[in-house]
Design a protein around this ligand. Structure first.
Ligand code: GMT
Length: 375
């Protein structure tokens, strides 16, 4: 089967899921064509089954905004036609489901139409997709997809509440390749913290929805009771929030380590004692699952699909969105009790194994087969 994957190339969760899925399919012998504005961050282009097609946007002085979606539709049309793809898989409805629908109309003209799978990832439904500028087009293009999948039960419920969806939505949860976590040397913990300090970690694109200010407040509360360091990985608009916090709390300056985007994320997660995720919205919380795969328990909000991943009192603790006090107290409780911490590390890993790639990949393969059959 030849599969076209449409995704964001950046560090966002949807791009990571799309890239990991495509690479796993390529390893199983499928021919996988990535169509994106840049090479996806984790893509192994050396794999002979993987192809990358960059969307080229022609700039022209007349345009105030360059027409990316037209360039994307044209590229989808070209790749499907040229490489004789069997199926298209859009990751994130905006603009991929919409651009794929347009490409399909063009492909019909040359008798080369292919089925479209759209995977909903979260903010395409709950945040950006709700904006009046996009809402109708998002709803239309989701309904035009041959198969719709969502990454959690919670996102399926949100989608059905927020849009008029006329088709079944299949939940296929996100996944993790646990084998990537077990065979590398853990870098020296002393590079990050003293032996008597615990390590708290947060990984995100530092957007307002992640509530980075609460990560910092939780750390401030925890640090009063437990010797600790906070590691923040990622880049984004709320880096300013962190800088302001450090200006107001200079005593924590050498306790907070900002690492930006890193390549060896898994190694750093493996060194950490607790992962903080106080998000306002989270359709799934891939970052929490990555932490669990590294045996790191999670203290989180109970937003969206997080409770499907982080289990209260088992793999970590959850509190209402915004309840910094509860999340701080849970973190203190966890980090002050070595026995509890050790048990939760084991539980976190066991939970990650339930979401292993080996279990989820066959579900995607079967979904593709079913989509082709009904097309
Ligand atoms: O918001 C992000 O962190 C990025 C965003 C994306 O689409 O790239 O993440 C969403 O998709 C991820 C992968 O399916 C989910 O794990 C995240 O929970 C989801 N983010 C939100 O719903 C806010």
């Amino acid at each position: 089967m030849k599969i076209g994957i449409l995704c964001y190339p950046t560090y966002g969760g949807s791009g990571i899921v799309a890239t990991e899925l495509g690479m796993s399919l390529a390893n199983k012998g499928y021919e996988v064509h990535f169509i994106s504005s840049a090479m996806p961050a984790r893509l192994d282009i050396a794999n002979p089954n993987i192809f990358f097609h960059k969307v080229n946007v022609q700039t022209y002085p007349l345009f105030q905004y360059q027409p990316y979606d037209i360039a994307l539709s044209s590229m989808i049309y070209r790749v499907v036609n040229l490489y004789k793809l069997d199926i298209l898989h859009a990751h994130y409805a905006i603009p991929y489901a919409y651009a794929a629908f347009t490409a399909k109309q063009m492909l019909k003209e040359v008798n080369a139409d292919v089925p479209l799978v759209t995977t909903l990832h979260g903010t395409d439904i709950t945040l950006v997709g709700q904006h009046p500028s996009y809402k109708h087009a998002v709803e239309f293009s989701i309904n035009q997809s041959d198969t719709i999948t969502s990454v959690s039960e919670s996102l399926k419920v949100d989608t059905l509440q927020k849009f008029h969806i006329k088709k079944e939505i299949q939940v296929i949860t996100n996944f993790i390749d646990n084998s990537e976590f077990s065979n590398h040397e853990v870098c020296a913990r002393k590079q990050l913290a003293n032996p008597d300090e615990k390590i708290l970690i947060h990984v995100s694109n530092l957007r307002p929805v992640k509530r980075v200010s609460e990560v910092l407040e939780i750390f401030k509360n925890v640090h009063k009771k437990v010797k600790s360091k906070l590691v923040i990985i990622g880049e984004g608009p709320d880096m300013e929030v962190i800088n302001e916090f450090l200006e107001e709390n200079p005593e924590l300056m050498d306790k907070v380590r900002l690492m930006g985007k890193v390549n060896d994320l898994y190694k750093i997660l493996e060194l950490s004692d607790v992962f903080l995720l106080p998000s306002e919205q989270e359709s799934f919380g891939l970052a929490a699952l990555e932490a669990m795969a590294a045996s790191t328990p999670v203290i989180s909000s109970n937003a969206g699909g997080i409770p499907e991943v982080n289990i209260q009192g088992v793999t970590g603790f959850l509190a209402e969105v915004g309840n910094v006090e509860a999340m701080s107290n849970y973190t203190i409780k966890l980090l002050s009790d070595e026995k509890l911490l050790a048990q939760m590390k084991i539980n976190a890993k066991e939970q990650a194994i339930k979401f292993d790639l080996k279990n989820i990949l066959p579900i995607y393969e079967e979904m593709y087969e079913e989509t082709l059959k009904k097309f």
